[in-house]
Ligand binder design. Structure first.
Ligand SMILES: Nc1nc2c(ncn2[C@@H]2O[C@H](COP(=O)(O)OP(=O)(O)OP(=O)(O)O)[C@@H](O)[C@H]2O)c(=O)[nH]1
Ligand SMILES: [Mg+2]
Length: 603
């Protein structure tokens, strides 16, 4: 039987996992010479490419020295941590990458802990040693310490370490000696990661991941734990609660290179994709038809945040999108739940609105961004963290927050975090930066990034990760500034914006169509201010660059979707269409806002 190694590549966000997997694919000669191969072929969907992050884990497979190496590239962002935990079930070993400058970050700790507790054998890579100011030896020491603190076994503590640069495509045991390629890593994998064991007996395969195809629908992915799985085989699907559904395997695939190949059967130890099982969920076991035996159920991460998704009812609705009705919105959200495991959709009293539960700002923003690209118009409300009652006490999620900043501005960061009920736990030098560690309510992190980046001129590196639910920490001030709200519908003029510049900073330029109740900018004071931005010398000189009015106007601030999600308050919405993103008040007229003000008093 073929020798197999199953490994997962794990790390904090951006430490170079996908770049490494890419290089492994290239070096094991997966590509014919005439095949065009861009960079990061694995980050295959549009959003992944644009943002340069991995959103869903992916299986690939290469052959090296006669051994099949199944590799799982995992996402590093904390919102997708649950996914990493699940796919680790397919692996016997992990390759842990750590950035040679940044060192162990919150997500490094999380994924390492999961891998160690599953008994997986680690190989450590101190990556990015090509970076200036990197500190590979210190980082190695800190990883050892981390393993020790996480109660690694003797065997796990004896991990092999490699240094190198995924980007430049080399790895070596000595970081000062650059090699030609990553063969030292591949050899280390063969030597140190145990071969996938093969167990005889009746079939057991746990579904740990899924793929989606518009032809066949949902595809179950997992590792065959015991026995053989065959095309056309009748099987039992053992659900989470132990109930059994009879089913049949239609098609069977193993991974090869970037793709899949159809096979007749797969033996235990290998990872495969199964078509034909209806109504499965992650964690279900595909088992023997006659004598099904369940594998231990995998827990799925609970959502930590929710957001109201509602149809676009702004005065500009329907101008840019193809799908605008509540019927469409509903269908789309329910379809998403089939493949987006950590996502939950709950109906509200209104047929136009749904509460969507997810794992964080990024998790939810990826969905919104995907929908807008598909042609949807929608509005979303302020993200809310999920409060729980534990032993009769009101509890909220607390996170560990790490900020690395230049020492001169660390005071400002501490002040901002403390205002939001953060508590400073660690402060120590890290290279030429100051390394700060806090505990802070998840509520306090929403909106913090904008402020920290402003206060540090964009120099801060921030990362956070859920720690635990703890008793409610009390009131946290919301946004410090009020907003400028448009009084009227019309086209903005340079004249009026110019006149209002001492009142705040604008989010829109002259010559833009706006409506009453739309948010135009940030007020310098803490209350909202209704402004007229459409009066004056309209139309004539709009957008005519070089005219006096235009020249004096400060550049409009443009938020990304995530920034906007962190910016808005409870009485505001973000309106999203395929072409535009607008911030608005939920109640558009000043009168309605006054009447309804009580609804939005800060929790
Ligand atoms: N200087 C340097 N940059 C690197 C190296 N490896 C990766 N990068 C860069 O780091 C960034 C992130 O790389 P990715 O491979 O996408 O990181 P990732 O770990 O897959 O990130 P997520 O999937 O989002 O968690 C990219 O801009 C890479 O070009 C390296 O060895 N040296
Ligand atoms: Mg990646």
């Amino acid at each position: 039987m073929q020798k197999i190694r199953n490994i997962a590549i794990i790390a904090h966000v951006d430490h170079g996992k996908t770049t490494l997997v890419d290089k492994i694919l290239h070096q094991t000669n997966l590509f014919r010479d005439n095949q065009a191969t861009g960079d990061l072929i694995l980050d295959s969907n549009d959003l992944e490419r644009e943002r340069g992050i991995t959103i869903v884990s992916k299986n690939v497979s290469v052959n090296y020295k006669g051994v099949k190496i199944n590799i799982i590239d995992t996402p590093g962002h904390a919102d997708f941590g649950g996914e990493v935990e699940r796919v680790l079930k397919m692996a016997d070993g992990v390759v842990l990458l750590v950035d040679a400058f940044e060192g162990a970050m919150p997500q490094t700790r999380f994924v390492t802990q999961k891998a160690l507790s599953l008994g997986l054998k680690p190989v450590v890579i101190v990556n990015k040693v090509d970076k200036e100011n990197c500190r590979p030896e210190e980082v190695y020491e800190s990883i050892f310490e981390l393993f020790f603190n996480l109660e690694a076994t003797e065997d796990q503590l004896d991990f092999p370490v490699l240094y190198g640069s995924s980007k430049q495509g080399w790895m070596n045991h000595d970081w000062k000696v650059q090699t030609e390629d990553i063969t030292p890593l591949l050899d280390t994998i063969l030597e140190h990661i145990p071969a996938a064991p093969s167990f005889d007996g009746t079939l057991q395969m746990q579904i740990t991941s899924l793929d989606y195809s518009s032809f066949v629908g949902r595809i179950a992915i997992g590792r065959v734990a015991r026995g053989l799985i065959k095309e056309n085989q009748p099987v039992s699907l053992v659900k989470r609660d132990g109930t059994i559904q009879k089913s049949r395997i239609k098609e069977l695939y193993t991974f090869e290179g970037l793709g899949k190949i159809r096979v007749q059967e797969v033996a235990s130890g290998d990872i495969c994709a199964v078509v034909g099982i209806d109504g499965f969920d992650i964690g279900d076991t595909i088992a023997d038809f006659e004598k099904p035996e369940q594998l231990e159920v995998i827990k799925i991460d609970e959502p930590t945040m929710n957001m109201l998704f509602t149809i676009n009812n702004s005065p500009m609705f329907g101008k840019e999108g193809k799908f605008v009705t509540s019927q469409r919105l509903r269908e789309r959200l329910y379809k998403e739940m089939e493949k987006n495991l950590a996502l939950k959709v709950i109906e509200t009293e209104s047929p136009d609105s749904y509460l969507v539960y997810g794992r964080g700002i990024l998790h939810l923003s990826v969905l919104i961004e995907t929908m807008r690209r598909e042609g949807y118009e929608l509005q979303v409300g302020q993200p809310q963290v999920i409060i729980k009652e534990i032993d009769g006490a009101k509890c909220e999620p607390i996170e560990i927050l790490i900020v690395d900043v230049p020492a001169e501005v660390s005071g400002k960061v501490i002040e901002l975090v403390t205002q939001r009920k953060g508590e400073l736990l660690v402060m120590e030098p890290k290279g030429d930066l100051q390394h700060l560690e806090f505990e802070i309510p998840a509520r306090g992190i929403i909106g913090l990034r904008n402020n920290v980046l402003t206060a540090t001129a964009g120099e801060a590196i921030m990362a956070h990760r859920f720690k635990s639910y703890e008793p409610w920490k009390g009131n946290i001030p919301g946004r410090l500034n009020g907003v400028l709200v448009s009084m009227e519908k019309g086209s903005t003029t340079a004249y009026s914006i110019d006149k209002l510049q001492d009142r705040g900073r604008f989010f829109i330029e002259p010559g833009v169509e706006v409506y009453e109740g739309q948010i135009m900018g940030e007020h310098i004071r803490d209350n909202d201010l209704v402004v007229n931005v459409v009066k004056g010398k309209a139309l004539t000189n709009m957008r005519a660059s070089g005219t006096d009015d235009n020249a004096r106007i400060a550049t409009a601030i443009k938020f990304s979707l995530e920034e906007a999600m962190e910016y808005i308050q409870a009485d505001e919405y973000i309106e999203i269409t395929p072409k535009s993103m607008r911030l608005r008040k939920i109640y558009l007229s000043e009168n309605e806002r006054k009447i309804n003000a009580k609804k939005f008093i800060n929790q």
